[in-house]
Design a protein around this ligand. Structure first.
Ligand code: XMP
Length: 324
């Protein structure tokens, strides 16, 4: 299965059932009678790969959910439960301490992304590979991840070969990427055809570096709690909105506010909500003013220390969808 010079299959061209059959056959041939592992985050990409891999390998695919301390409220157990209902056993790995330690003291966006990448592939995964005896990692890299990394826009956490890193040499295992020819809209079709529920096949994208991509500056347990709380509120208030993706971002700089008649040099949350087809370009959703007002009121009242809420109006490009 070649991953380096992948030819795009557009969502229109895609026949999902045929794609599933072909990829399952290719995975089975590549892995032979060996064992493979994969990490499931619950996003549509890793979920589709999990289904393809289990179809190809059955129990010879070991699926792990790595709790990296950067996930949304309740997310690890929710995802494990959804897959249990589909008959797919997912082992939950608690790696919160390792990731927080790796992020400690880092503020530069690319250094933060690199720390998440290295901890994931070199520490956590290399250990899981050793323990399971797997020689292969199945991974849900899609064409947009490759494009943006190769263009030097943003180092996606899951792109190696295309930028000259040999995973076998760097980490000691090979990576199989069955979705590399697709973009998000194509992956959704594959996910639906493979029997995943709507909460997964229609799931809003969530980045690999997770909430670390939504914190400007230092990522600490306390700051993660703040952005996690803001995310619960935002996802509740915008649940009915037809948008590609929405997110709450914790800024690094503080602004002067007032609370109970006193000065409060407080925190800022930025709200972003995007219309997009494939994440390559995006425009801010024209949210109703009332929705923004209610969201803002909840964020300042319920997230400790927040005195400012802003809504991003810039398009991608020149913006990107995440802030880090
Ligand atoms: P950007 O911020 O690059 O985001 O405009 C485009 C889409 O990709 C998601 N994203 C990521 N996904 N690993 C991922 O798996 C990453 O490092 C990453 N960074 C951004 C983002 O949420 C959006 O849907």
């Amino acid at each position: 299965m070649t991953t380096v010079s992948a030819k795009e299959i557009t969502a229109d061209q895609l026949n999902p059932e045929q794609f599933i059959e072909e990829k399952a056959t290719e995975i089975a041939a590549a892995v032979g009678d060996g064992v493979a592992i994969n990490a499931l985050s619950g996003g549509v990409d890793s979920s589709a790969v999990t289904m393809l891999g289990h179809r190809a390998l059955g129990d010879r695919l070991k699926t792990y959910f790595v709790d990296n301390a950067l996930m949304r409220e309740g997310e690890p157990q929710q995802i494990v439960d959804i897959f249990a209902d589909l008959g797919v056993r997912v082992e939950l790995i608690d790696a919160r301490e390792e990731f927080l330690a790796a992020l400690e003291g880092l503020t530069d966006p690319e250094e933060k992304r690199e720390a998440v990448t290295q901890t994931f592939y070199k520490d956590i995964f290399a250990k899981l590979v050793r323990e399971s005896g797997a020689k292969y990692l199945l991974q849900g890299t899609i064409l947009t991840d490759v494009d943006e990394t190769v263009a030097g826009i943003k180092r996606q956490h899951n792109v190696f070969e295309q930028i000259g890193i040999d995973p076998e040499e760097a980490f000691g295992y090979q990576i199989i990427e069955p979705l590399i020819q697709l973009r998000k809209d194509g992956v959704r079709k594959v996910a639906q055809a493979s029997g995943l529920p709507e909460s997964i096949h229609n799931r809003m994208p969530f980045p690999g570096p997770a909430l670390a991509a939504r914190i400007i500056g230092a990522v600490t347990a306390e700051r993660l709690d703040l952005v996690r709380g803001a995310t619960v509120i935002l996802e509740t208030e915008l649940a009915g909105v037809d948008a590609f993706q929405y997110m709450a971002i914790l800024h690094d700089d503080r602004v002067t506010g007032m609370r109970d008649g006193e000065r409060d040099f407080g925190l800022q949350i930025e709200v972003r909500c995007w219309d997009s087809v494939d994440a390559r370009t995006a425009t801010p959703t024209r949210l109703p003013w009332e929705t923004l007002e209610k969201l803002s009121a909840r964020l300042v009242n319920e997230v400790p220390g927040v005195v400012s809420v802003t809504y991003n109006l810039a398009t991608k490009p020149p913006s990107t969808m995440e802030v880090v």
